[in-house]
Ligand binder design. Structure first.
Ligand code: SF4
Length: 598
């Protein structure tokens, strides 16, 4: 028997065809995603804190089979008043586990815990009653559960709620995340889940004010008919399992079943069939969703007629709605023309732009964290914690590259020390180069945090203000979008994609940077695969992305063995250093092309 679960419903909302691939466990890009795991962990921690606010709650044993869990729930609900965690309900092919269910006679409070932050008074719907898209998946989730619960108890009054982190409240416990521990329970497969054990003082945790419960009955009522109808369509496809026919669109570009290479069961290939293999593909066009004005008419038209090779896109149709060629259209045209020519593009203005930047040039990268339960007392949910920076500096044209870095090693609020160390290094001269807006935004938020918390001194406040106000920070991602393209980048402009495109195709630069990195002349596949692993506590560990860095940082702070702490610190250093070195690699390639008059 295939049940339709909350997570099935949520995935199928993005595309109903995906339900088939999910049920058959087709490989997906989200499998084993460190980012998804970290998000889930954060959600579990908040849920554990939320449940502590219901001290009478009784958990349904998650190691039971689904049917046993449902039967146990029904027995428990024979009580007149009871609060259940993970109450399980099955109705007509649908299955839900309710985070918190409070039964009082004939009234059931269905409480769904989410870790999306909420500001008291915030509205879920606009004036015409339409649910804001940012809240829609959360409210549909509750509406789906309410539907199942009402089917199980037709005479009951169901009152739906969202329990959320209150963004107006600050946490009061220092290092609250260390007051919990993870364990794994449940059966293998989709119902295996992490169990959070509370190791800290429960009474203090119960006083944490960041938990807010919001009634969402009106929103759920507004969505009910649509959710019921969509659910019926999905249920119809489950027993026997059949694939809901795919509707090919620009959205398939980001489908989690779009796997590169020759995966045996490839959902994308099964949907697109012979149209899947076009290289380069229309779906890789920069801002495909903005072709031919709003509503993607050009992309839809090309897909409908089976014209999915990038080179078959009619250049003359790449226009804004008003008929003009916008900046994104220009980028699209460059992508098509230079992919066809198989060579890089350097915009005519870039050499002068680079030549006009004041030395020293500081290539800068930050590592930061944002948790629903922040690490430090008096921080609000998702407050910024800046724990590491790396900077490669070119003091003058042709000078030797210098590297400087800072990493927080103390389990106290790091942001003032972060900013102070950065000020000591960057001073007031030269240009700061960063990739995208993360560094500028981080510095702005640190300035606000220090002001709010009465931290720092006037010199630090002024330096932070000056750094932002004088446009001293140059965004290399924006320079890329406006002035540089490599066919291997396809429609992407992230640092990793740009640096890897250069790394793979420029053997001389690769050899030089391999020396700077202290690695053997690395395989050409990826710059980011050159980082060596370390054996820590018997496990081979490496950091390849920001999420790995967050985990490594926590492991470093709380490692009990000094050797492990040092090993984590080394891994973090080499990772952040690689990011700024990757920026220098891109810069050097631009300088080479500028000198060659490309
Ligand atoms: S490739 Fe497109 S149609 Fe197929 S499952 Fe993915 S999003 Fe849906």
């Amino acid at each position: 028997m295939q049940y339709l679960s909350k997570s099935d419903y949520k995935l199928a909302r993005t595309c109903p065809t995906k339900l088939y691939y999910k049920k058959l466990h087709y490989p997906a890009l989200t499998d084993g995603s460190a980012f998804m795991e970290l998000l889930e962990e954060d959600g579990y921690l908040f849920e554990a804190l939320a449940k502590l606010h219901y001290p009478d709650g009784v958990a349904i044993d998650e190691t039971l089979s689904l049917e046993e869990s449902a039967a146990t729930t029904l027995v428990a609900l024979q009580a007149e008043q009871v609060t259940l965690f993970e109450a399980t309900f099955i109705s007509a092919g649908k299955l839900v586990r309710v985070d918190i269910l409070v039964k009082d006679g004939n009234v059931f409070d269905l409480i769904e815990v989410k870790s999306k932050s909420y500001t008291p008074g915030e509205q879920f719907r606009n004036k015409s009653g339409t649910v804001f898209s940012a809240w829609l998946p959360y409210l549909e989730d509750v509406a789906f559960q309410a539907l199942v619960l009402q089917e199980c108890f037709p005479a009951a009054e169901i009152r739906p709620f969202l329990l959320l982190p209150d963004s107006s409240q600050a946490i009061s416990i220092e290092q609250i995340r260390t007051w919990f521990q993870f364990d794994v329970v449940g059966r293998a497969g989709e119902w295996a889940r992490r169990l959070v054990l509370v190791t800290g003082d429960v009474a203090l945790l119960q006083q944490e004010p960041i938990v807010i419960t919001v009634a969402v009955g009106a929103e759920v009522a507004a969505l009910a008919a649509d959710v019921r109808q969509f659910t019926a369509r999905l249920i119809d496809s489950l027993n026997p399992l059949r694939r809901i026919p795919p509707r090919l669109s620009h959205r398939c570009a980001s489908c989690e079943y779009r796997l590169e290479g020759g995966a045996e069961r490839n959902g994308f290939v099964e949907c697109w069939r012979e149209l899947a293999s076009a290289q380069p593909h229309l779906l890789d066009l920069y801002y495909l969703s903005e072709t031919g004005g709003g509503g993607t008419p050009l992309a839809s038209e090309l897909i409908a007629q089976g014209t999915v090779h990038l080179f078959d896109v009619p250049i003359e149709r790449l226009r804004k709605k008003d008929g003009s060629v916008g900046k994104r259209n220009q980028r699209q045209i460059v992508q098509i023309e230079y992919s066809r020519a198989g060579r890089e593009w350097l915009g005519a203005e870039l050499p002068d732009l680079l030549a006009g930047l004041a030395y020293p040039l500081h290539f800068l990268d930050f590592e930061t964290a944002r948790y629903v339960l922040p690490s430090h007392a008096s921080l609000k949910p998702y407050a910024l914690e800046a724990f590491q920076w790396s900077c490669h500096t070119l003091a003058a044209p042709g000078a030797a590259l210098q590297h400087t870095e800072w990493i927080n090693r103390e389990p106290t609020f790091p942001n003032e020390r972060f900013a102070r160390s950065l000020m000591a290094h960057l001073g007031t001269a030269g240009t700061v180069l960063a990739w995208a807006a993360h560094e500028s935004m981080t510095l702005r938020q640190i300035a606000e945090q220090l002001a709010e918390r009465n931290l720092g001194d006037p010199a630090l406040h002024e330096w932070l203000a000056t750094l932002g106000a004088k446009d001293r920070i140059v965004d290399m991602n924006a320079l890329t979008i406006g002035h540089y393209f490599h066919p291997l980048m396809r429609g992407q402009t992230s640092l990793k994609v740009v640096a890897d495109a250069i790394w793979r195709t420029q053997p001389e630069l690769r050899a030089r940077f391999a020396t700077l990195l202290g690695v053997e002349e690395a395989g050409a596949a990826s710059l980011y695969k050159t980082l060596p692993s370390r054996l820590i506590a018997g496990q081979l560990c490496t950091i390849q992305n920001g999420t790995d860095a967050l985990r490594a940082y926590q492991s470093m702070l709380f490692a009990t063995s000094p050797a492990d702490r040092t090993a984590w610190q080394d891994l973090l250093r080499q990772y952040c250093r690689l990011d700024t070195l990757a920026m220098v690699l891109v810069w050097e390639r631009w300088a080479e092309l500028s000198a060659a008059g490309a």
